[in-house]
Ligand binder design. Sequence first.
Ligand code: ADP
Ligand code: MG
Length: 693
Amino acid sequence: MTAAPPPRSPLAGWPGIGEASIARLVRLGVRRPEDFLGLIPLRYEDWTRVTPIGALQVGTTALVEGEVVEWREEPTPRRGDKQLIARLRDDSGVLVGRWIHYYPSTIAQLRRGRWRWYGEVRAHFYGGVEMVHPRLLDPRRPLPTTLTPVYPTVEGLNQGQLRRWVTRALMLIPLREWLTALSVDPEVRNALGELPPLPEALSVLHQPPPGVDPQRAEWQAARRRVALDELVAHQAALRRARLERQGQRGARVEGAAAEKAMRRLIARLPFALTGAQQRAIEEVTVDLSEHRPMYRLVVGDVGSGKTVVAAAALARAVGGGFQGAFVAPTELLALQHGVRLTEWFEGIAPVALITAATPARARKVWQERLAAGEPLVVVGTHALFEEKTPLPRLALAVVDEQHRFGVRQRALLRAKCVEWVPHLLMMSATPIPRSLAMAAFAELDLSFLDEKPPGRQPVTTTLLPMSRRRELVQRLRHWVAQGRQAYWVCPRIEGEEEASLSAAAVVYEELAEALPEGKVALLHGRMRPIERQQVMTAFARGEVAVLVATTVVEVGVDVPNAALMVVEHAERFGLAQLHQLRGRVGRGGGESFCVLVYAEPLPPLARERLSALRREHDGFRLAELDLRLRGPGEINGVRQSGLPLLRVADFVTDEGLLGPAQQLADRLWREQPEIAAELVSRWVPAAEWAPHA
Ligand code: ADP
Ligand code: MG
């Protein structure tokens, strides 16, 4: 037998695109010709006109043309290195070019004589003007009539290639203006303002006339027009996902037994439900009793009590004679949910905790009971869906931290039972503001937990420079001597697990030395699940006083006696993530503390983020700030917010387009469905068509 050939890339056969470029383009988010359209230039270079050397102004960027009259290598004044110096002459003057890094080929090229140089004009050390590393352009080619875009790129893809491919995409893809042809309400028209037709907008972005740049209103209108296309496509896809679910059948959960099980669980909780929890539980109750499957997202700040809503829904399902699953993104969280639910479900239904740490024998027994259709609650990680275990009576799946739950898991979930499609209840990872959530998750029903359980004190938050870290270790010693517990979270090191781990190991050793024997423990992602479980249990029991951890503690961990959170290199974390970490403390009564240790010098944006955290304790407001306080091109905030990633549009910058996009998507499906479908296939990658279908 031969293996099936890998699917052919829609870019195969394009001039200059081979296997290697296909892989590199994927890293840029380009898989299909259409994706080139959404590659927005970072900036532009003006190669449209030649400036006489005599007229060059220091501080500007210019294109000049002349003869190379001299080139030589000379030692640099400061280092032992050499530099390459060349002089370019035209009728009006002489310009010095200087290369600090160069190849022998650069010298060979310069010998050719006539050149165009493009670069920033600087005052030369000895008087006159110079360009450092000017770009060498061929003087035999006609001058372009439009600006030359500079695209974001990855190693191995050069600007020339990207420009050629984008130009080709613009030529090959038939672009129709649909907006002007559509009957649009005057309010929507007003909200949109003046927008150029789509083909024109794309050409302003990719091939702007001289003088247009991202600061100009003309360019911004063009970007907005393209952003609108993407947002409408996104909305149209979500609407279609909703429609496609219309025919699905769920398991109807109703009756006195279901109600009784839920009441029993709620009565057992050591606290009264908040109003918001009650509302959410009512909404879920209604959904579960429908013949259509539920697709609901619970949006709530850290500590707002989402787990209770999940537990109530699960109690209802098992009470009604079905099975329920609770899946978490990490072993640690699954473990914790498992322990808590086992307590809450005592006498209501058995709780099967299946994690990597579950011994094979116990796992087998649970799997047999599940396969037999026994009504019980199963708690595990997403791996639960990968397993062969059938869950023939699964009526409800609760998914904690929805943004890590992919299309693939959804498909596996549906494959678990044949008779119906399980109800899906998801918990948001971060509190997304209401209007944003309604647009971004238009295919879901939403419940907002916008009320904190009573008696919560805000966590006192302080910033501390790294230079004062020793004082902090002293404070920690006193803290522990008083029988209190703390978390110490180590720096996030992007993409380098080894480095994160070694940083944590160093901190661990340092603290272990400063504190009494056995009081400090280390927790990291490379540990075996069973070891992690042991450490967590020891911490929860109070045997361990200080938990030194990589960011694995980030989500959902709940140990009320731990009232101090130290985050090292806090400047490397996003606001939302820091808020999540801080949410680990302040769960018991009494005052609690969060110390954000930062390295100096602290960049202004990072300072603003950290200070926001000191003043602000509301997760919804912080989430919004996090999205606003991003640097250009920084998508960390978006990724952690759980919002869908868009290519051109931005949920915050383009907030004003969200309302119109929703209406336009509606109207398109009704009046011009072929255009709606075209937009969806152009802007929404196939795998994400039906995000929660
Ligand atoms: P999150 O929304 O972050 O998942 P959890 O469900 O973990 O929050 O709840 C945080 C803490 O608040 C838990 O210790 C939980 O038992 C407690 N809690 C939940 N609801 C209430 C309530 N209505 N009153 C008091 N405490 C509550
Ligand atoms: Mg939680």
